[in-house]
Structures are given as C-alpha cells and as structure tokens.
Design a binder for this molecule. Structure first.
Ligand code: FAD
Length: 383
C-alpha cells in the first residue's frame, strides 16, 4: 500500500491546481482522476472560463481574485503556455439589478479601475454588442478569460515535474478517515492507498463521495454554444470583452472567439435541470440550441451565424451559490472543496493555494474564507 502526504480525489480545475501548490511545498502528492486529463465530462471543459474582478456576488471574493490573477500569471510564466487572456470584462443589465449594484459596490470598495457606461455607449465602442440602450454596464479592464483545459494540463505537468504522482482513469470508490484525526485510507477500482491528509475536489461528484454534502452541492446541466460570427472582426479578444448580462430572458455570459471558431456564450441555470452527472451530460438538442440562439440574435446579432459547437457541462450549486471550502466537520485531516455554483473556475489558482494550506501544517490559511466555510448561515448545518 502506497503512503503519501496528501491524496487529491478529482484532478479537474481545482485538484490540478492543488497538486501543483502542494508539490511546490515539497509534499508527496497522489492525484486520482476517474476520467482522462483533461476530459469533457465534468465542469471545466469547453476551452475557456471568464475571470472578472468587480465581483457582484460578494466583495469578499475580491482579495481572493487579486491573488488568483497573480497565480495565473505565475503559472503562465512557469508553464510557458497562454493561460490568461485579457479582454476587459463587462457586467451589464438594468441599473437597479443586483448584477450592476453588486459589481459597482465591489469596484468602489476595492478601488478597482472601471468605467460606467450606458448600453448605447457599449454598443458604439464594441460593435459586436447590441445591448438595450438604457442598460448600465461596468467595464473593467483587467477581466478576460482563462484557458481552462490548458490550465489543467499545465498544473498537472508542473506538479509532476516536482514529483507528484497523478493517475487518470482510476476511480475512487470510497475513503475512510482514521479516528485519530491523523490519516486516511482511499480505495479505488485499482488499488488501496494511505495518506496523512485527503483533499476532495470531485466537482459534480462531491455528494457521492461525502453523503453529507449531497444536499449542499447539487449538479445542474448547462449548455454552451459557439456560433460563427457574421462579423468576425468584432468578436476578437481585442474588440470583444467577456460579459455577464442580465436581460429579461435571464442571465447570460459570453466570450470572444478563442480556439473554437465561434462566439461562445451560455445561460446561467440553462433549463433548470438537476440530476446525476451522467444524466445531465446528455447531448445538446434542438431546444437547447434555440433557447441560446434566441438570446444571441437579440443581443449579439452579428455573432449569430452558423452553429460551430454545442457542449453540455455541469454546475454544482450550493444553496447560497457561494463555494464550500473547509475541513470535513468530523475529520480534520480531510479537506472539502466545492467551488462552483457556476463561477468557480477563475479561482482555481488561488483555491489550489488555499487547499494546500488547509491540508498541511496546522490546517490554517492566511486567506479570509469564513464566508465559504460550512458553518455559515447560508448553508444548512452539516453534521
Ligand atoms: C458551462 C459552464 C460555464 C462556466 N463558466 C465559468 C466562468 O466563465 N468563470 C468561472 O470562474 N467559472 C465558470 N464555471 C464554473 C467552473 O467551471 C467550475 O467552478 C469549475 O470547473 C469547478 O472545478 P472542479 O475542479 O470543482 O470540477 P471539475 O473540473 O469537474 O473536477 C472534478 C473532478 O473530479 C473527478 N472525480 C469525481 N469523482 C471522482 C472519483 N470518485 N474518483 C476520481 N475522480 C473523481 C471528476 O472526474 C473531475 O475531473 C462554469 C461552469 C460551467 C459548467
């Protein structure tokens, strides 16, 4: 039976970043992934994810975001791969919407560079957009996208170069924590392992690996679309900021053309479908496509040419849509990470660092994550 310092279950966005951060600290790491590295059956595929600073969800995320940006740049330099592409970010919607008020509150509290524009001004400056003229928009210059699948590969390779052992196609069946609080046993479909500490970064499968998280980390189906722009020159990273947009049809997000030859976008809580990960990853159908196309034809008509790609993907939602980052309530040697609710990827770099801190030494972290811990009022108590 192998003995390592830390076992990480799930080498997706979060697990791969944690592997690198732990390996950098000289920890002996074993990472276990049920599928390939990377793969298209979880939450991190689809080429890119938005990173944005004026965080409308809660200003408490902004200090984490500053560190996330630093670490993305560090990983980019260390790996020699393009991981962060700066496009600027736009948060837009009716002036009194939470999206606008929250983004403004974060920008002002944390003194973030930003401009407040009308929809008409956005449309004039970025002609791919056709927002309602009276909308408000917050344009922030540091926003952009992270090359999410490439970042998983980069994190894994950097971790391996420092001695981490990573196994793909090895599924964890169950784990048990020693009553002493000191060690864990992990059983897979191939072997049995021992470690001092365990990190669970299992994405949509968190509830299957820790029953008490099942009601708090609920998988939901999403669909991404890439449509061929009719005016490609308006949809380049230089001329098309990533966006979060609140309109009467719902809340949507989108990207310039990057890698896949299409303008990429999606709708939060697409068709409000929850279930098991396997069931949620069914192929996109005509109803998915027409729901998304109606949106782009109205607000991004020059981006609404032929379909280039459609992909299903999974959100894992908590009741208050904030992440879960904490030690297991009964086992201090086990760290739980469910950082999704549709907005977690941008934080992978800093969450990797936080997880490394929680899983080493006395388990404390220098980051303020109280608002993400299990005991917060927004979550029902886990016993
Ligand atoms: C369509 C879509 C759009 C999004 N857009 C954005 C965005 O623009 N910006 C942003 O910041 N965030 C965004 N998010 C959220 C973000 O992608 C997630 O927060 C992030 O991918 C979560 O990473 P993870 O490591 O928790 O999950 P994953 O990357 O899915 O990793 C979990 C891993 O655990 C593995 N695993 C599970 N169970 C086992 C087991 N028993 N044994 C071994 N391995 C196991 C899985 O196979 C998987 O690889 C989006 C999500 C989706 C779905």
């Amino acid at each position: 039976m192998s003995l390592v310092d830390v076992i990480i279950v799930g080498i997706g966005g979060m697990g791969s970043a944690a592997a690198w951060q732990l390996a950098r600290r000289g920890q002996k790491v074993l990472g276990l992934e049920q599928f390939d590295i990377p793969h298209a059956y979880g939450s991190s595929h689809g080429i890119s994810r938005i990173i944005r600073l004026p965080y409308y969800e809660d200003p408490a995320y902004v200090p984490l975001l500053h560190r996330a940006f630093e670490l993305w740049r560090e990983a980019q330099a260390a790996s020699g791969r393009e991981l962060l592409v700066t496009t600027g970010s736009i948060d837009a919607g009716p002036e009194d919407d939470d999206l606008i008020q929250g983004a403004l509150a974060s920008a002002r509290l944390h003194h973030l560079a930003h401009e407040v524009l009308t929809g008409a001004e956005v449309n004039a400056r970025f002609p791919g957009y056709r927002l309602p003229a009276s909308h408000r928009a917050i344009l922030q210059p540091q926003g952009g996208l992270i090359a999410s699948e490439r970042a998983i590969v980069a994190h894994v390779q950097m971790a391996q170069a420092l001695g981490a052992e990573i196994h793909a196609r090895e599924r964890v069946l169950h784990w048990a924590a020693d009553a002493s609080g000191e060690g864990v046993t992990v059983v897979t479909d191939k072997a049995r392992y021992r470690a001092g500490r365990l990190i669970l970064t299992a994405g949509a499968w968190m509830g299957e690996l820790t029953a008490n998280l099942a009601p708090l980390a609920v998988p939901e189906r999403q669909v991404l679309a890439w449509l061929q722009p009719l005016r490609p020159e308006w949809f380049t990273p230089e001329r098309f900021p990533v966006f979060n947009l609140q309109v009467e049809e719902g809340r949507y997000y989108g990207f310039p053309v990057y890698e896949v030859p299409g303008f990429k976008f999606g709708r939060y809580h697409h068709r409000n479908e929850s279930g098991t990960p396997a069931a949620l990853l069914r192929e996109p159908d005509a109803a998915d496509e027409s729901l998304l196309r109606e949106f782009s034809q109205r607000y991004f008509p020059a981006g609404s040419g032929a379909t280039m790609a459609l992909r299903s993907c999974i959100f894992t939602n908590t009741p208050d849509e904030h992440f879960i980052l904490d030690h297991h309530p009964d086992h201090p040697q086990v760290v739980l990470a469910s950082p999704c609710s549709g907005h977690g990827y941008k934080f992978c770099s800093v969450i990797g660092e936080i997880l490394a801190e929680l899983a080493t030494g006395d388990g404390s972290t220098r980051f303020d994550i109280d608002f993400l811990r299990l005991g917060r009022p927004g979550l029902v108590k886990v016993s």
